[in-house]
Design a protein around this ligand. Sequence first.
Ligand code: ME8
Length: 515
Amino acid sequence: MTAGKPAYYVTTPIYYVNDAPHIGHAYTTLACDVLARFKRLDGYQVHFLTGTDEHGQKVEKSAEAAGIDPQAFTDKVSQNFRDLSGLLNFSNDDFIRTTEERHKRSCQALWQKLVEAGDIYLGSYAGWYAVRDEAYYAESELEDGEDGKKIAPSGAECEWVEEESYFFRLSAWGERLLKLYEEQPDFILPASRRNEVISFVKGGLKDLSISRTTFGWGIPVPDAPGHIMYVWLDALTNYITAVGYPDAESENFKTFWPADVHMVGKDILRFHAVYWPAFLMAAGVPTPKRVFAHGWWTNEGEKMSKTLRNALVPAELVETYGLDQLRYFLLREVPFGNDGDFSRSAMVGRMNYDLANQFGNLAQRVLSMIAKNCGGQLPQPGDLDADDEAMLDQATGLLQDLRKELDVQQFHIALTKTWEVVSAANRYIDHAAPWKLKKSDPARMATVLYVLADTIRQLAILCQPVMPDAMEKMLDQLAVDTAERDFAALQTRLTPGTALPAPEGIFPRFIEEEA
Ligand code: ME8
């Protein structure tokens, strides 16, 4: 039953199929997965979208190099991104491919709207194009590379393109874009990126070439033989296709559009924060609520690249460190929005300290004391003293903090605040020392263990978005009913007398193998 629930729509970029998924792609989708899971547990009706960007020259060239036609090529490699969802336990509700019929229909309808609005005209493009970025560059942006080559700021090689092309009147939308950024100050986050976009738009916008004629792998422009749509116009439209565009009256579209968050890497912010809202405003479609541009991951200080063969492969990391350990690390280690570096030592540190020592050990101590000293049943608490109340209040107060931080995509702060409660629980157990109370004051021991068990339950419920499997195990060990695991259940308390299964460790330590 979804009626009456508030809606939440979160999207990842759709990834180019020419590349094998690496940790950078996994990172973006992970961030969205955590938002989607959090909102579901908080009573929202969520639509979480990911998918693949399958048209354009870059994909066409990769297909050619693989010696198969582009459709067969994309059918094959798109699967790698679908598999990533299974591997990393992503809970996306849909997976869109731009080669699907629903998407062709949506793009052509959007195009038609732009034509009707008078925002498209026929001209000819003569300028630089980088296939790797699928982006046009002005001469002034380029640097000279070896052998007279022209290099874009991203490092991509550019080629000279001259062809008949349709243009979008982007130059006419500068003022309205600036107004959008002003009226919706959180439209672009983090703020530093917002400032970059504002200066770019203030610098003046040129009309954008939005069709190509020199290759064929794309969506045909309606009534314009020989023209296919510029791959970024095609790609961005995926976000509305997936909720039913062009059927703006459909239940899905009315429920989920405008999107709450488009999550992207900083490399593609301009497309999402400038071109996309301009297209939408021109077509009379509402603009999304937020574009969040996160930072870039490097591997042990090096940029990941095909030539260096140093891309971090998600499957290998999961195998080495464990799935939830990796999910936790990626969101805890780096302030969300900043660049981050993956190092083995940092990963092992988080795994052994935050997860095994601080959280895992706490749960293990409490559950094994209950197993040994309380007949394997949740103990009956007596009257709570000030320390007990403070512990439980601190755990209960966490939800408000997490809501606030996740509403602005500050995962690392949300986790830091969660670990403040984990640390407080460790201080509480050390201070109350229930192991000393076994003989002297068993009633007090029961109270302390009960307070701890309920604190762990609350932490486990709140950590589900980041570590779904591990927290499922933790809640199983506390015999929490599966219907009592959403945020509404934080208002309740564990039932004394409930029989618990035998405790098992949840977060193993990472032991370095002897060389
Ligand atoms: O740009 N660190 O697709 P793409 C962090 N198809 N994130 C990274 C990363 C890294 N080292 N490498 C990649 C495209 N990413 C277009 C998008 S959307 C309408 C079309 C992530 O396959 C990051 O989110 O090149 C980046 O924006 C995205 O992958 C680029 O994926």
